[in-house]
Design a protein around this ligand. Structure first.
Ligand code: G4P
Length: 339
């Protein structure tokens, strides 16, 4: 399955991050704890290579605690990287966040050299919720300043600790197909960019080996291992009222119900990928992407207009349209890319 997705506004976001970056000490990336590999943005990794990094695994309340521990250890093993898990129920996340950042840049702090951090994350990962919670604590929004775009917030979390919100939206560029499926299942990409039935079947297939017993319990099934993916989806429809007149299963409805149940934690705490699994998908996805790039005919001159907004570019099916050169397309409302 190719997720149809055009990351809009990527060019302006990349530019804004690159401009802010020289004065940033630590880059915080908010990840979805259920899919820490798939919810990471490869563009951010490229842009911020070498900067101290804090990875926040958000929505840990929905993720498998054992796999969250595994991911934290995996991320922390990277040079210059700290990792924390959190969720929206944490009343005062600022202290842990500040301490982790300070540990990364021990030479900074105090009024002369305040710690300056930037927070980034793909849509729906919980950034607004976290920022609201941080602002609800003793922090104060310092407001717009000349040179800081209107959409960029600067929050003083301590007298010598400034948090900058990423200007612009950090849409994910999808190179890893399994990552695209996981993002779609979690709500990280716009609805019109994927097919619910395909995403639900991929989701059930991914969840079944580790959490088949939960599916069996939820949908009153005896043996999920023996069911083909489509039959499993049909069973979800039958149990949850996704039926057409005459009793046939409405697969579209069943898919929406399955995705809804996953997103809302009705299957319990689930993580869709381990570090090892994601590394394998990534290696295969990157190899396939490199082959596609190599096979592209050389571009003959500058592109005209803002085509990514309205018309799929030839390479749109693999999620690349609008990423680089055409990245200012209007598609950045998160709902673009139907195809
Ligand atoms: P964004 O700015 O990164 O786009 O994300 P936002 O904060 O808007 O959060 C996206 C959704 O994720 C919201 O749900 C929010 O409540 C939920 N969320 C954020 N953090 C957590 C968390 O730690 N745990 C859980 N379980 N959910 C979290 P929504 O359904 O879009 O809105 P609503 O239910 O809050 O009205």
């Amino acid at each position: 399955m190719a997720i149809q997705w055009y990351p809009g506004h990527m060019h302006s976001t990349r530019k804004a991050i690159a401009e802010r970056l020289p004065e940033i000490d630590v880059v915080i990336e908010l990840l979805d704890a259920r899919l820490p590999g798939s919810s990471a943005n490869p563009l951010l990794a490229e842009l911020t290579a070498g900067k101290p990094a804090l990875k926040l695994l958000n929505k840990q309340d929905l993720a498998d605690p054992a796999l969250t521990t595994l991911w934290l250890a995996h991320l922390q093993a990277r040079p210059g990287t700290q990792a924390l898990a959190l969720d929206a129920s944490e009343a005062a996340p600022a202290q842990r966040l500040i301490a982790a950042c300070r540990a990364l840049v021990p030479g900074r702090g105090g009024m002369v050299k305040p710690v300056r951090v930037m927070i980034c994350g793909i849509p729906n990962v919980g950034k607004s919720t976290l920022i609201n919670s941080l602002m609800g604590q003793r922090s104060a929004k310092t407001g717009d300043e000349p040179g800081i775009t209107k959409t960029e917030q600067r929050i003083a979390l301590a007298s010598d600790f400034l948090l900058f919100d990423t200007p612009g939206m950090l849409w994910p560029r999808i190179v890893v197909p399994e990552g695209g499926e996981n993002l779609a299942a979690s709500g990280g990409i716009g609805r019109n960019a994927y097919d619910d039935v395909e995403v639900a079947m991929a989701l059930l297939a991914r969840v079944r080996p580790r959490y088949g017993d939960r599916l069996a319990l939820r949908y009153k099934l005896r043996d999920t291992a023996a069911l083909p993916d489509e039959d499993l989806l049909a069973a979800v429809g039958r149990q949850r009222g996704g039926l057409l007149p005459g009793g046939r299963v409405n697969l579209q409805k069943a898919a929406e119900l399955a995705i809804h149940d996953f997103r809302n934690g009705a299957w319990g705490r689930i993580t869709l990928e381990t570090p090892g699994e994601f590394a394998q998908w990534q290696a295969a996805g990157q190899a396939a992407d490199a082959l596609r790039q190599a096979a592209k005919p050389p571009r003959k001159g500058p592109r005209k207009g803002r085509g990514a907004a309205t018309a799929p570019l030839p390479d749109a099916a693999d999620g690349k349209a609008g990423d680089d050169e055409a990245g200012d397309g209007e598609a950045g409302d998160g709902e673009a890319g139907a195809g």
